[in-house]
Structure formats: C-alpha cells, structure tokens
Design a protein around this ligand. Structure first.
Ligand SMILES: NC(=O)c1ccc[n+]([C@@H]2O[C@H](COP(=O)([O-])OP(=O)(O)OC[C@H]3O[C@@H](n4cnc5c(N)ncnc54)[C@H](O)[C@@H]3O)[C@@H](O)[C@H]2O)c1
Length: 475
C-alpha cells in the first residue's frame, strides 16, 4: 500500500494542514492500493504563495536555464518511466502493455516536445513601432482528470515550465499515483522550490479554492464539461484566463469509398482502447445504410477479439473502467440504449464472462441507432460503440456536427481528396483521416462545449503566455 498523503509545496514534501485521508481503489481488484490526503483552501493558500514567490525569479529566467531544466526532467523521467506505467496500471486499471507504450509515453513525449519547441520559440516580434513580447502569464492552477492521468499533467506542466510560469497542480483524486511520482521527478530534476507545487484534493475543495484564488493568474482545466463550467464560473470574479479541455462525442464517418473491413475494425478497436475512457474516442460510427449489416458483423468480430482481464497480464488488451461510479453510469447507458431500441450486436449489460470482481465492462456495440438517442448524445466514457446508419454524405456530415461537443472527428475513405474535403466540414478541433496520428507536436483541443484551449506542441505554449506590446522601438 502506497502512503502518498503528503503534498509537494515549495520544494518540500509536507503534511496537509488538516488530515483527511482518502483511499485510492485499484479498479481491477476493488482493493485499496494507496492513501492520499484531500487538501483544503489553506493548503492551496500555501502552495499559491510559494508559486507567487517563485515567479519573481523563475518568471525572469532565460531560455537556456529553462532548456537545461527540461533536459533534466526528461532524463529523470526516463529513469522512472516504468514506475509511472505501474502506477497508472494500479490507479486506473490500464493494461501493462498499454500503460508502458501509450500512457507513460505521454509524459516523456510532452516533455521532449516542449523542449524542442522552446529551443527556437519566438518570444518577441516586431509590429509597427512596437516590440511585442510573449511573457509568462504567472501563477497557473492546473486541474487534471483520471483517464489519461499523466498525459494531462505533462501537457500542462511541460509548456508552463518552458515559458517561465509557476504552478499548482491538483491531479484527479481518483487516479493520483502517477501524479505523485511525477512530483518526485520534478523534485529530483531540480525544479526550483515553489515553481512546481502539487496539492491533492477533490473538486469542491481544492479545485474550487484554486479557481477562485485571487493570486492565481490562469486556470488550465481538463475534465468534464460540467466541472469545466464551474471552474470558469469560480474564476470569473478575478478575471483570470481559463483554458478548458472538456468532453466529446466524436463521429467517425466511414465514407462509401472506404475499405470497410479496415475502417470498421480500426474504429472499433480505437473505441475500446483505454476501455473507452478517452475524451476523443470515436464513439459514434456513421456507416452507409447499405453497408450496415456487413459493418455490424465486422464490429462484433472485433469486439470478440478484445482480451478483457487482469491489467498485469501482458495478453490483456482491455482493463476495467476506473471506478464503481463509472461502471454504474456505463451500465445505465447500456440499459438506456436497449430501452431506446438500438440493436445490440456485441456485449451488453453486466460483467464479462468469467470475471466476478473488478469494474470490468463487456466491449459493447450498438447498431441502428439514431442521433437523438442517449447513447448517441451523451459521453459514455466506456467501451460502448454506437453505430448510426446514413443515406447521403450530407446527412453524415450533419449527424457528425449535430452534437454540443466538438473535440475530434474521424474520416475513413479510399480517396484522400475526398476525405480532406469532408474533414474540412467537421466542426471539431482535431480530425484524423484513415487512422493518422501526428504525435506530440499536433495541437489538441475542442470547438463548442469541448473547450476553448489548445494543448500540445507550440500551440500549447499560447495558453500560458501574456502579450505585451512596448511601443517606441522605431529608429
Ligand atoms: N479535452 C480533453 O483534452 C480531455 C482529456 C481528458 C479527459 N477529458 C474529459 O474529462 C472527463 C473525465 O474525467 P473526470 O471524470 O476526471 O472529470 P471531472 O470533471 O469529474 O474531474 C476532472 C478534474 O476536475 C476536478 N473537479 C471536479 N469538480 C470540480 C470543480 N467544481 N472545480 C474544480 N475542479 C473540479 C476533479 O477533482 C478532477 O481533478 C471526460 O468528460 C473527458 O472527456 C477531456
């Protein structure tokens, strides 16, 4: 059992001001695997004061100093890489192979990418008679979710460090283990005291205190649209910037000229990856009506190929969902899909065969759904694919855009020009054609109620920068 009850404030591991133990559950076993503390507004005050104090020097650090710091973070992260993967396996049930190859890789990927961008990022430009400076915004409050726990931390902390900001991180209380190791990495890498601070806690406690804090200059939030709205409301009276990375209900348009076998299999596997707990999951598969029967058969076969079970087993391709609350929510939505008349072609309610413990869900595929059903409108955040037939391409594009969200989109086609033309009409921040993946340099973020920020790569620096124009540079 890990004892992770201390917070990291001002370069020290410190006890919470008021003890409030919280058990972290391993969702594969339902046993508790760690203790953390839920902090209070008083702990937040200490962390913000440390960050404010540190900003007076770190905010004026030069590029070379920050390059060396990020290089050190990369080196220490590499050393602790496997520990990060094991922590993610324990805290959210991520299969070991996936945790090693995907989840833990994000931490390294974002650090290396921030370093690459920092080496020649333009912090100054000339506009008319002015020199325009991009300066660190100041003290940042970072709030992250449990589903890609280290990814979300790294894609905020790495750019914030790179541009000269100081920060207080509040990781998800559901999956806080990798955040603890990340904080040890920051410490060992020599991040100056107060530049990076970490306080555990829940949303109403630490999350609200950070969002409202008058000495926090910006909030970078990733999580549900519900909580993102609360952060913005709490931040409004102090007029701080709020960058939001929120939920999604992304469409995967299988065009008539796509290789159906390949496209449906790829889409279904992507849906089941991370047990469906990805904000950009291709959760609505739009299929030409004439090909629906064949697509159902391919999706059902793909669902049957998923190996659900013990995350520590290297053969496992799908672990449990993160918590009992998520399990219950997903079961409720599977029941709703059946009640609303969608056709169940794979999976369904209850535990997978042979499993009697842990928050495991059957890889589930619905077909013949309409876009007004709950399974087509609500973010399920579990391994549940909703197939929706369409008659014309115009109809497919309209269905894709008929959602309050706008995080991602997917287009499958045998003709790249055709795919690009359809991609241009999707109202979402990130569209992938035929399963392409651009890596850590490509901006990530949403339209509409999926948010307003952009993370990853050079675009990810912008949220953490203020613009200052100094006029009087002519001549
Ligand atoms: N757009 C993206 O980049 C992205 C990436 C990953 C996850 N997500 C979204 O995150 C959600 C899943 O994560 P979750 O269940 O942890 O989300 P959540 O909103 O419940 O929690 C996210 C974080 O916000 C905190 N929080 C909760 N209420 C708060 C409040 N009132 N004030 C401040 N902080 C508060 C939580 O403690 C946690 O740290 C999904 O909706 C998913 O789509 C979005």
């Amino acid at each position: 059992m890990r004892d992770y009850r201390q917070f990291y404030i001002n370069g020290q591991w410190v006890d919470p001001l008021t003890p409030n133990d919280f058990e972290v559950i391993n969702p594969a076993t339902e046993d508790f695997c760690a203790l953390i503390s839920l902090g209070t507004a008083d702990d937040v005050d200490l962390a913000v004061a440390a960050a404010r104090q540190a900003f007076s020097s770190y905010g004026r650090s030069n590029r070379q100093e920050r390059i060396e710091l990020l290089e050190s973070c990369v080196a220490i992260y590499k050393k602790r890489y496997e520990e990060v993967a094991v922590a993610i396996r324990e805290e959210m049930g991520s299969p070991q192979t996936f945790a090693m190859e995907e989840q833990a890789d994000c931490g390294l990927g974002h650090l290396e990418e921030a370093l690459r961008v920092l080496r020649d990022f333009e912090f100054e430009e000339e506009v008319g008679n002015a020199r325009v400076f991009k300066e660190p915004i100041g003290v940042c409050g970072l709030i992250t979710p449990w589903n890609w726990p280290l990814n979300q931390i790294a894609c905020k902390v790495a750019p914030a460090l790179a541009v000269g900001c100081t920060m207080v991180l509040k990781p998800s209380e559901i999956a806080p283990l990798s955040a603890h190791i990340w904080s040890e990495i920051m410490d060992e890498a020599g991040v100056p005291a107060g530049v990076y601070n970490m306080v555990n806690g829940d949303g109403p406690g630490v999350g609200t205190a950070l969002s409202q804090h008058p000495d926090v200059d910006m909030m970078s939030f990733t999580g549900s649209t519900r909580a993102g709205v609360l952060v913005a409301q709490n931040a409004a009276p102090t007029v701080k910037r709020v960058a939001q990375e929120l939920g999604g209900k992304s469409a995967n348009i299988i065009l008539d000229d796509a290789d159906l076998e390949q496209a449906v299999e790829r889409g279904a596997l992507h849906m089941f990856s991370n047990t469906g707990q990805s904000c950009n999951a291709p959760s609505r598969m739009l299929v030409p009506a004439a090909k629906l029967a064949k697509a159902e058969e391919i999706a059902a076969r793909t669902a049957a190929s998923v190996v659900v079970g013990d995350p520590a087993d290297e053969k496992t391709t799908m672990g449990p969902v993160v918590s009992k609350a998520q399990f219950d929510k997903i079961q409720g939505l599977i029941d709703a899909g059946i009640a609303e008349g969608a056709k169940l072609v794979a999976g369904g309610p209850g535990l997978p065969e042979g499993i009697d413990k842990g928050y495991f869900v059957r890889p589930t595929v619905f077909s013949g759904a309409t876009n007004d059903m709950r399974i087509a409108r609500e973010e399920i955040f579990g391994p549940v694919l909703t197939m929706i037939p369409y008659d014309t391409e115009e109809e497919a594009i309209a269905i894709a855009n008929d959602t309050v969200y706008g995080l991602a989109g997917y287009v499958q086609s045998g003709d790249m020009d055709h795919a690009r033309q359809v991609a241009s009409r999707i109202r979402a921040g990130n569209v992938k054609i035929n399963g392409a993946s651009g890596g850590y340099a490509v901006p990530f973020g949403g339209y509409k109620q999926s948010g307003n920020g952009r993370e990853w790569g050079a675009h990810g620096f912008t949220d953490f920068l203020e613009i200052k124009a100094v006029e009087g540079y002519e001549g």
